[in-house]
Design a binder for this molecule. Structure first.
Ligand code: HEC
Length: 99
């Protein structure tokens, strides 16, 4: 009985970081969907994701991705906080770049 409780407790702990990461990815997706996709889609069609996966894409490293997201944030005057930029970087990396 005690062991079962302990196991359940460990499992709960183990799933915590995963769901926090999921939430962060969801938040990043929402930010990108709202602020970024329409413009990319107008030049690359579909959902605009072709811009991240094109052969001659500009972003070549994780730091490059961070820099690009910061530039977009500044250029578009979105006033995202650091954690929002992070969420967008995580989402784009997780979904498209895989650095
Ligand atoms: C007004 C249009 C526009 C908006 C809005 C926009 N982008 Fe872009 N984005 C572009 C264009 C055009 C390029 C390609 C630039 C190039 O090829 O030199 C680009 C390129 C990028 C790239 C690099 C793709 C590659 O080649 O690897 C990333 C990442 C990116 N944008 C992220 C964002 C994010 C995040 C946002 C929202 C905050 C955003 N963009 C909003 C027009 C836009």
């Amino acid at each position: 009985m005690k062991l079962r409780l302990l196991t359940a407790w460990f499992c709960a702990l183990a799933t915590l970081p995963a769901s926090a990461a999921d939430q962060s990815l969801q938040a990043g997706k929402k930010l990108v969907d709202t602020h970024c996709i329409s413009c990319h889609a107008s030049s690359y069609g579909g959902d605009g994701s072709g811009i991240y996966t094109r052969e001659y894409r500009k972003v070549r490293s994780f730091n490059g991705l961070k820099a690009q997201v910061t530039n977009c944030n500044t250029m578009l005057n979105l006033k995202w906080f650091d954690d929002e930029e992070q969420q967008v970087v995580q989402y784009l990396n997780h979904t498209y770049y895989h650095f």
